[in-house]
Design a protein around this ligand. Structure first.
Ligand code: PEP
Ligand code: MG
Length: 754
């Protein structure tokens, strides 16, 4: 039975046509549960009516005509209850409604289950039998297994199918997709899928006897792509940082790599068409990346697919027919690669949407450095029919709105305008101190990752760098950067801010931050080998980085060191051994070393709880609210399906941070916040109330946070904190803080900080 269910699931997931999928399901259930009829009703998005969409056993003409209002009929009962309904003598039930068109006069046994997709009720699946038939546990188990397995497939095909549009043609309302933010900002534009003609998965097997011609065609395509990459790299030179631009070199290297070229050529020689040979080779490289000897290639699955699509595009269209980009272009795709970004005229590219990936994907990093919003991991987005449609990209909360209705569109245009105005207004705060109305002065530092951010963050009047995420430059490099390469980067950053302090965090990889040349394969990477754990296991990496940082600090003295992901006290002790070793080594080499202050991230609940003991070993602490929220709430910060549960305004998060601040104060420990929470104008109010006086955030968030600080007394923030600590629900806390901001005329900040 399980095999049969799995093959039904497999077939349904791989059907493009919703009618086929639904028909397969009802027929399979009718025969496997052995009933007279099985039917699926789907909920209309606006009227909320449950409409018969597929049936095996009822008159097929009833499809589209049998409609239940919410709560009406036996089907409505299932939907309202969001749970199983089993009835006997069902057609005598008071809720029973007879639809003559179904051809069914009466029946005895009824079993209905809701189709649920992440708390959302999509519809109802119901089986019935004319004669009495006891539904066994096994029947119910089969139905539950099938509905739970299939609801997400139904959801996906429902969203992409024209069928849904046709039954809803009376009201094409806005579709909302929630995923994760890749880069902040808000924009509306027209979606363009650049690789629409280059889907490797749709290449069919074709054979040829003229292998020589296919070889020539393939090599020509490779040469064209090489040229394309060179030109794209040149095009982008002006407006993306050199280290991001270095990714183009990665493409060139991959393109020249033997595993790819000889793989394709050998397949062509065996009689395959170039495109077929390309597809099989790319599939192989991606699928078997674990077993490849060349680790560098193996970790580049994303890049290999990008290269594959580029070559296929050339193979398909010869010169690669140019895309006519609208001047408000939003690039969409499974993944978006650098040449696709580079091909859009700079002023026309307004946003990026990817079905795969996370904040750490190349597309997100580039979007961030271009200052355009990106939303990542929109798994449900049906790419097949998105090209040319309008979307609003909300990079603040990782959400997109497709085909926004006039009303929604107008509202967003208003917000976008409001945001522009607000930023102009906020710019005027640049040279004013971050001081509360009752005179408490607050330090506002900035978080940076790539060197290009130095300029923009200094422009917003930051007091220094509260978090330099060194892993970004490691991620953009082709191998572990040498001591000298690292030294040059760190020196640039320290010099740019001196004498203001720069908190440099030691390499924090693992979790969602992977290096192409350092494979980590784990079932559960966020709970695995991350941050300090890797550094202590690989002292060679740690020592090189420490040496580069300490040398970069010579004659400047503004370096502070920060350890990521500390969860055990012995990690700090072990680190100290290497720290002392490196300091002594450098002194022996004749360097004039100033010992920097040492701090730890408080981002694992264990460190938050053991703060006082850890405080004896370090000079300062920084609360990483991104990870602290993830680990405290057990919600993966990059998982779109649980994104709605990830909220740093959760009462437990607020209470833990308050305890951390209190403990730190009791042992006289310097503490600040460097997670996203510090840059949210709403959450900064309770953080101020806790007594925190140092924050670090993205440069763009500084003006809004400064505004808050300058418009509240410290005393008032303490009162607000006390009030919200009495609340038990995130929504209650949010509403209350929103209301406070609205009352101050700061509604715009709610969005900008969201
Ligand atoms: C955090 O976890 O809050 C943090 C600042 O670190 P990162 O986001 O780089 O993990
Ligand atoms: Mg972190």
């Amino acid at each position: 039975m399980l095999d049969s269910i799995l093959s039904l699931v497999h077939e349904t997931v791989h059907t493009d046509n919703i009618d086929d999928a639904l028909n397969k399901i009802v027929n399979w259930l009718k025969s496997n549960i052995d009933v007279d009829a099985c039917s699926i009703y789907l909920k209309h998005r606006n009227s909320q009516q449950l409409i018969l969409m597929a049936t095996a056993g009822l008159n097929p003409e009833a499809i589209g005509h049998v409609k239940y209002n919410p709560g009406e009929g036996l089907v409505g009962m299932v939907a309202e209850r969001c749970g199983k309904v089993v009835l006997y003598e069902a057609s005598s039930h008071p809720e029973y409604i007879h639809f003559p068109i179904t051809g069914e006069e009466s029946f005895d046994s009824f079993l209905g289950l809701p189709l649920m997709h992440y708390r959302q009720m999509l519809g109802v699946i119901a089986v019935h039998n004319r004669a009495h038939r006891e539904f066994t546990d096994k029947d119910i188990a089969i139905l539950i297994t099938v509905t739970t397995q299939l609801s997400s497939a139904i959801y996906a095909s429902l969203r992409s199918s024209s069928k849904e549009v046709s039954i809803q043609k009376d009201d094409l309302s806005t579709s909302v997709y929630t995923a994760v933010s890749g880069a902040r900002g808000l924009v509306s534009g027209v979606m363009v899928q650049p690789d629409i003609n280059a889907d490797l998965n749709s290449v069919e097997e074709k054979v040829t006897s003229d292998t020589d011609t296919q070889e020539v065609i393939f090599m020509l395509a490779v040469t064209e792509v090489q040229k394309e990459i060179r030109i794209s790299s040149e095009n982008m030179r002006e407006y993306i940082p050199a280290e991001v631009q270095a990714l183009f070199e990665v493409y060139s290297l991959l393109l020249a790599d033997d595993s790819l070229l000889s793989g394709v050529l050998e397949r062509i020689q065996s009689g395959l068409f170039a495109s077929t040979a390309l597809r099989y080779t790319i599939d192989d490289l991606v699928a078997h990346f674990n077993t490849l000897r060349n680790q560098y290639i193996s970790a580049r699955a994303e890049d290999i697919r990008a290269i594959g699509s580029m070559i296929l595009n050339r193979l398909n269209s010869g010169s690669g027919s140019p895309i006519d980009y609208p001047d408000n272009c939003i690039l969409i795709g499974d993944e978006i690669n650098l040449t696709q970004i580079a091909n859009v005229p700079r002023n026309s590219l307004k946003g990026i949407i990817c079905r795969k990936g996370s904040t750490m994907s190349h597309a997100a990093i580039v979007a961030h450095s271009l200052g355009i919003p990106a939303v990542m991991g929109v798994q449900d987005l049906p790419l097949e029919n998105m090209n040319g449609r309008t979307a609003i990209v909300d990079g603040y909360i990782g959400r997109i709105l497709v085909d926004p209705s006039d009303e929604v569109h107008k509202e967003f245009q208003r917000l976008i305008k409001e945001e522009e105005l607000l930023f102009t207004e906020l710019e005027n705060l640049r040279d004013l101190p971050a001081e509360t109305l009752d005179g408490k002065s607050i330090k506002l530092n900035t978080n940076i990752g790539v060197l290009s951010e130095i300029e923009s963050t200094r422009d917003v009047g930051a007091d220094g760098v509260g978090l330099y995420r060194t892993e970004f430059s490691f991620m953009l490099s082709e191998s572990f950067p040498s001591e000298i390469k690292q030294y040059e980067k760190y020196r640039k950053v320290l010099k740019a801010y001196a004498p203001q302090p720069v908190v440099m965090r030691l390499l924090d990889i693992g979790g969602d931050k992977s290096l192409p040349y350092f494979l980590i394969e784990e079932e559960n990477s966020f709970l695995g080998w991350r941050g300090i754990r890797i550094l202590l296991d690989h002292p060679e990496i740690l020592i090189t980085q420490l040496r580069a940082m300490l040398r970069a600090n010579i004659n400047l003295g503004n370096l502070k060191l920060l350890l990521p992901m500390v969860s055990h006290i012995n990690e700090i002790n072990s680190f100290r051994k290497y720290f002392d070793l490196v300091i002594n080594e450098l002194i022996e080499e004749g360097h004039d070393i100033v010992v920097p202050k040492l701090g730890i991230m408080i981002e694992v609940p264990a460190a938050a709880i053991q703060l006082k003991a850890m405080a004896k070993l370090v000079d300062f602490m920084s609360i990483g609210t991104n990870d602290l929220t993830q680990y405290l709430l057990a919600v993966d910060r990059n998982n779109a399906h649980v994104a709605s549960l990830y909220d740093f305004l959760h009462p437990a998060v607020l209470k833990l941070i308050q305890k951390v601040v209190q403990d730190a104060r009791e042992v006289d420990m310097q503490i600040s916040v460097c997670g996203e929470m510090a840059g949210d104008p709403r959450t900064v109010i309770p953080l101020l109330g806790m007594g925190l006086d140092s924050f670090s955030m993205a440069g763009a968030s500084i003006p809004g946070v400064k505004w808050i600080i300058r418009n509240f007394t410290y005393e008032r923030t303490v009162e607000i904190l006390e009030e919200i600590l009495e609340m038990n629900e995130v929504e209650e806390i949010k509403d209350y803080l929103n209301q406070i901001l609205e009352e101050k005329g700061l509604g715009g900040l709610i969005r900008a900080g969201n």
